[in-house]
Ligand binder design. Structure first.
Ligand code: PLP
Length: 359
């Protein structure tokens, strides 16, 4: 049986997608080989790759003046690729801090340029929140403004898209495809696939045409957006299986009714889990309501001596990977697109039983 998997990443994938991949594993479309064993330049594989891009463009309503790149190296390699491509002559950028991932991206960017850090973490009514944009000290001549839409570890998310003059760059690793997004508001969007897209090994970059050819000339061609765009993300061998499987996820999302439908389901899941946590004296979530992530829900138990037992009993109930990130402890339930409402209901039922037995 398949358990409910609340892992933050690599995360749950839709069962229907895995079944399709299983069916096609040994003999892809009657060709007598698996998709993994094909040349990335073959007509068959190129068609799979192009279909994945077309479906993603439809799902996200990506305007024509944006390129979609299917790269490797994870979101973390983009922490370097972004400054190396976009810093330009001013060599200056604004980075908004809301948690661990935005801080990590800043650390990399500081190796290449003059980075203005905006601490946007604040407290409202004793809860962790993101400060209003009017309180940010944005610089006048930044080449771009970077932020992490959803902090996967802290479970804190922007309530809307910041309004800035410079091109806006967002790490959407854990929130892409969870809700409709106006891509035209961004200069660049990036996301590691292993949270809400597909398997690890693939990184999506969606970049506006005018930002393609500003890279410092000495950087590796694999990291140059212009060169990757010209070569359809095939400067070298791409992550062919991860690209194919992500394509199956995009097909599945379209079958479900698209991102709008997924968003409604995600809101329902989040409401169920946060609603239960708020109603309980045994569990707590530290985030101000407007900034609560609908994808990653951290929570603590009233007595952290019970953490180990909670995780053990959860696993016995087929509820997996609920431990919080090693840097923060506590619990975290990641409820990405592939985690169904029934999974969240099973978690809430278990949490309630556990609280009654041990509270
Ligand atoms: C997981 C994650 C990353 C790191 O992704 P890698 O693909 O492992 O490099 C970066 N940013 C956010 C918001 C993440 O959730």
């Amino acid at each position: 049986m398949r358990a409910y998997n609340f892992c933050a990443g690599p995360a749950a994938l839709p069962t229907a997608v895995l079944e399709k991949a299983q069916q096609e594993m040994l003999d892809w479309h009657g060709k007598g080989l698996s998709i993994m064993e094909m040349s990335h330049r073959s007509k068959d594989y190129v068609a799979v790759a192009e279909k994945a891009e077309a479906d993603l463009r439809q799902l996200m309503n990506i305007p024509e003046n944006y390129k979609v790149l299917f790269l490797q190296g994870g979101a973390s390699l983009q922490f370097s690729a972004i400054p190396l491509n976009l810093l330009g002559k001013n060599n200056k950028a604004d980075y908004i801090h809301t948690g661990i991932w935005s801080e990590k991206s800043t650390k990399e960017a500081q190796r290449y340029g003059d980075i203005n850090i905006i601490e946007a973490g604040t407290k409202i009514d004793g809860k962790l929140a993101i400060s209003a944009q009017s309180e940010w000290n944005l610089s006048k001549d930044a080449a771009y403004v970077h932020y992490a839409d959803n902090e996967t570890i802290g479970g804190i998310q922007f309530a809307g898209i910041p309004q800035v003059e410079a091109p806006l760059v967002s790490d959407l690793s854990s929130s892409i495809l969870s809700a409709p997004l106006d891509v035209s508001k961004f200069g660049l969007i990036y996301a590691g696939a292993q949270k809400n897209i597909g398997p690890a090994g693939l990184t999506l970059v969606i970049v506006r045409d005018d930002l393609l050819d500003q890279a410092k000339p000495e950087i590796p061609s694999l990291l140059q957006y212009g060169s990757q765009a010209k070569n359809e993300s095939m400067v070298n061998t791409p992550a062919t299986y991860a690209w194919y499987l992500s394509g199956l996820v995009f097909e599945w999302l379209l079958e479900q009714g698209g991102v709008e439908v997924m968003h409604q389901r995600n809101l329902e899941k989040a409401k169920l889990l946060y609603g239960y946590i708020d109603s309980s004296d045994f569990y707590a979530n530290p985030i101000f309501e407007a900034n609560r992530s609908i994808m990653n829900v951290p929570f603590t138990l009233a007595d952290d001596n019970l953490d180990k037992l909670f995780l053990k009993e959860a696993e016995e109930n087929h509820l997996l990977n609920l431990a919080g990130h090693r840097s923060v402890g506590g619990m975290r339930a990641s409820i990405y697109n592939a985690v169904p409402l029934e999974g969240v209901q099973a978690l809430v039922n278990f949490m309630d039983d556990f609280a009654n037995n041990h509270g």
